[in-house]
Design a protein around this ligand. Sequence first.
Ligand code: DMJ
Length: 858
Amino acid sequence: MQGYMRTTGNKRCWESLSASTTGMMWKTLLVVSLFCWGKCQDSQNMTPEEKGVIRDQIVEMFDHAYGSYMKYAYPADELMPLSCRGRVRGQEPNRGDIDDSLGKFSLTLIDTLDTLVVLNKLDEFEEAVKKAVSDVRLDNDVVVSVFETNIRVLGGLLGGHVMADLLRQRGERMQWYRDELLHMAKELGHRLLPAFNTTSGLPYPKVNLRYGVLNPLSRTGTESDTCTACAGTMILEFAALSRLSGNSVFEEHARKALDVLWERRQRGSDLVGTVINIHNGEWVRRDSGVGAGIDSYYEYLMKAYILLGDNVFLDRFNVHYSAIMKYISQPPLLLNVHMHNPTVSVRSWMDSLLAFFPGLQVLRGDLKPAIETHEMLYQVTKQHKFLPEAFTTEFRVHWGQHLLRPEFAESTYYLYKATGDPYYLRVGQSIVEKLNAYARVPCGFAAVQDVRTGTHEDRMDSFFLAEMFKYLYLMFSEKSHLPIDMDGYIFTTEAHLLPISLSTTQPPCPGNDTETVRISQEDLFTHSCPSTETLFPNNPSFAKTIRDGYKYLTGVGQAFHPLPIREIELPLHDNGMEPVEFFKSMGISLTPLNEANMGDTGRLKEHKGVYRVKLVAELSQAPEEEVVVPHVVQLISPPFLGRTVLTAGPAKFGMDLTKQEHGVKGSIVKASPYTACGPIDNAAGLKGHIALALRGDCMFAAKARWLQKAGAIGVIFIDHREGSNSEETPLFQMVGDGDSTEDITLPLVFLFSREGAVLTAALEKHHNVDVLLLPKERQLGRDKMERVSMNLKLRLAEEGEMEGGAASGPTLEFVLENDEVLLKDEGEEELREKQQSEQQQSCTEESDRTQPSKIPDS
Ligand code: DMJ
């Protein structure tokens, strides 16, 4: 049976779908929630008054964030909440690929439009639409990310148009509105279309808004790869644009890209990789998960079915979903595996983007794993205040940044809608409180640079306004508080609202050649949504029972030990190899079961042909507390002479600098392109030198390969995250790309951006800067406590002496030791003490003035 029933739809759709749509789904969930409402109340219960207080608090926070953007930043794309000004691309230090969201099109304003309506701020909405219409230009000579521009700007314009149109039809507001936002959306759609000009149909990752991709003025078009999510997250916006504008070209291109991804799935595992070549459709990165790089591809298959009523999307989603549940979901964890060898985990950490997945599972009707994973995420947020950008399978911080991402709030919202369990309101309340306590600053809300230190970053991404406030506000609102009936809309991945009535706006596209999937009889149950297998059973304490098993995941003394023995199926192929030999070739060593220690459970019985599997691939090893050996970049040419020492992080691949007695020495040259994600333009100048390359756009390993090929003798990577520095952010080791990195033999080190700025400033000023790359403990001058002794002999003048000419008197000797100035006693004790405090004061001030950006060697 198919669980969806479309509440609206043309006759064709209605008949062709034994499936139904969100309306029905929400109704089903509502029945569940009503059933639950009276019975699942526990100490977590929340009164309507309490909900009202939190709702008001959310509105006040929104006003603070949006008001700050409008006051300090508009018409810039984003607010810099620490500097209280707008971020204008080109006027701030380049942050690499993050900046590709900024198209000089008042990104935050457009991304916020439909949030204003959801929060009932209709006057502000009308004002904002007027501003967007009169001020925003979409033809700027800027290279932007196709994915980000689609989900944030095209989605924002469409969501804004749908809301404006609705309000106009009600006859009270927006009477002046003449579909201007839709016209802008159409213009933007046409500006994105050149990206699809590839033989495969997969889009280029970037486009120049004015010049497209192939035009010589475009400064883009050399990219050969894109991420799966980047190519697979176009259908909702493009189909909506086609159906609202009557031009099918957009939907056709988005469908084609999805067809290619589907076609390219790994047929054995039904999984996809994270990066694909846009010209030949080959996978570039074969790791597979549900987080970064892939996330919204799966989301859009499911939601495209809900929005457009086309079964093919649901069929594909279900095939992938079964694979995800088989290989990737190990409740409460969501792992990353090799798409070809899906029983092999490729890393021991999870990224925060995957926090959307429980929400998608709710849409799919699969509540149990959704509750489990969400509970795990909640425990992690309790431990670290926010979800770190990446955390290990043992819930330690892997990458401590928190960008005010909304995914955890999104899943919490879906779970609350599905279960009606007030527990999720308490979770929502904790999100609100933490944002106020730890991210709020006088000019808005600031991202957290590291959840361990609580330091802030000067950014407030537009998705914070587009998504976070919608999900939080909706969680604490009843239907009567809302100006629109949410059941009639679907959220895009950026939480923009598209009406599910769109499937009736136009019959299926003429160019729709979307391939259909054949589903076997036994898979049929997976089509139901909510699934009859997995939907909330008739048991009010169901969700609590599930959660309780994960309450102490991160708690003291109750550490969660993931997968002590993981029973897995291995894909055997008839390749003529013995299993042991075959697995060895995959990096897996097998121990016959009877040699293995079965532990207490005795669960596994000796069985011929059954092996206990030990993963030996380096990347899959359980993480130990990783000891990062600090390295340094020491500037040794004049005028630095070893005194400027920048703390650097090492790499797990490339040359092992701990084994080089004297480190690696060379002069530095900036790579061009600076991100070094493709052929190096200045190879001649780089040959024999140490390259400087900016983090971002591609993996460290990919950059290292390009630079090695260009003849560099070492690489210093510089962080693209503004303001990061080694004092506040723990060092980490750069890792490879999951494949072998044996071919990379260069020494590689990483500098945070503040240290990187010292180096680039030195290069700009002195042109020739020689550096040494080596472990910190071996930096020049350290072991000998070598004093760069200038033995300046200064004689302090007696009072009145200067007027009267030279005279003799007590002398003080200064010894310069690295960055410090020491005072050496050579005169009267009393005078020394007095002068010492005066001189130290003046020396400190002087050194502060003359070396503002020098980073102390910590
Ligand atoms: C948003 O821009 C979208 O949700 C996207 O799909 C990925 N995540 C960011 C926010 O974290």
